[in-house]
Design a protein around this ligand. Structure first.
Ligand SMILES: [Zn+2]
Length: 295
């Protein structure tokens, strides 16, 4: 069995994010609760939330090899709304995500946030920037009126904040590269995925590729090489055959699990609350559509 590596639905329309691993049950619960948000009023926009400083969870290296770990986001305007809506009409998730980031991210470090630079960011940084664009535009509150508890079927008016979404930071910049021990003494040398990888995956999932095919693409991009038991190194980056034909299913699963465990950024799929009436913990994975009501 391949590890289950999918499926949050950030745009609520069948879009699958191979980076997330909430499990099908969570996703279904999220779907049920998310539908409760349709028709809810737009939250009040605090006047001071026009642009914001962001400390990136991972950061990136600039042209001089210096680590840059801050960015600035801006409040989305009507012009941005039109651009994002147009991108959404194309039903191209990669384009939609890119447009949202291009509209909302002002600067990355001291540089202008160009599309090229945004594609080089870790997916965790991109997810965090989306969260901060949301904060700058609509504020911190997340409302789920009349959400249904899947344990007792009771209704609850939920008020959470963006700060309730668990977030993981990279301890050191070097943590973007790591090793995964495999069977028979092999070791995989792996890097965390970036925006370019995300776009390639979205492209593939938009073409109805199977989960296994998506995993092959993710692995072929993020596994840089293998260290063999005799210490020699076999190159793997960009060679799909290396992760399709020369890697066992348990080894593939081990690398996919490490990629998921180590991903920095907000864990949109790990939001939960305790339902006071029945005392049960309810998982409430949020989607980009939940964050930007109506977009
Ligand atoms: Zn309950």
């Amino acid at each position: 069995m391949e590890t289950e590596t999918v499926t949050a639905d950030p745009f609520g329309d069948g879009w699958v994010n191979p980076m997330n691993n909430p499990g099908a049950a969570n996703a279904a619960i999220g779907q049920a609760l998310a539908t409760a948000t349709a028709g809810s009023p737009m939250p009040d926009i605090p006047a001071h939330h026009t642009s914001g400083h962001v400390d990136l969870v991972g950061g990136f290296f600039d042209g001089e090899g210096q680590l840059v770990r801050h960015a600035t986001v801006r409040e989305l305007t009507g012009e941005h709304e039109e651009r994002i809506a147009k991108a959404r009409q194309s039903r191209n998730s990669a384009r939609m995500l890119a447009t949202l980031l291009e509209c909302g991210v002002e600067r990355l470090g001291d540089q202008e946030a160009t599309p090229k630079l945004l594609r080089k960011l870790l997916i965790g940084d991109r997810d965090q920037l989306i969260l901060e664009i949301r904060r700058a535009t609509y504020g911190n509150e997340l409302e789920f009126p009349a959400a249904e508890c899947p344990h007792c079927n009771g209704k609850v008016d939920l008020e959470l904040t963006l700060d309730d979404i668990p977030t993981r930071h990279l301890d050191t910049p070097e943590d973007r590269n790591f090793t995964v021990p495999l069977r028979r003494g092999r070791v995989a040398n792996v890097r965390l995925p970036i925006g370019e990888d995300q776009e390639a995956l979205l492209e593939l999932s938009g073409n109805n590729a199977s989960l296994a095919e998506q995993n092959t693409l993710l692995l072929s991009r993020t596994v840089k090489s293998f260290t063999e038991p005799d210490g020699s190194e076999t190159q793997a980056a960009g060679i799909p055959a290396m992760v399709r034909e020369r890697l066992s299913m348990p080894d593939r699963a081990a690398i996919l699990k490490a990629l998921n465990d180590r991903r920095p950024g907000p864990r949109y799929d790990e939001l939960s609350f305790t339902h006071d009436a029945c005392g049960e913990e309810v998982e409430l994975p949020v989607t980009v559509s939940d964050l930007f009501l109506g977009l």
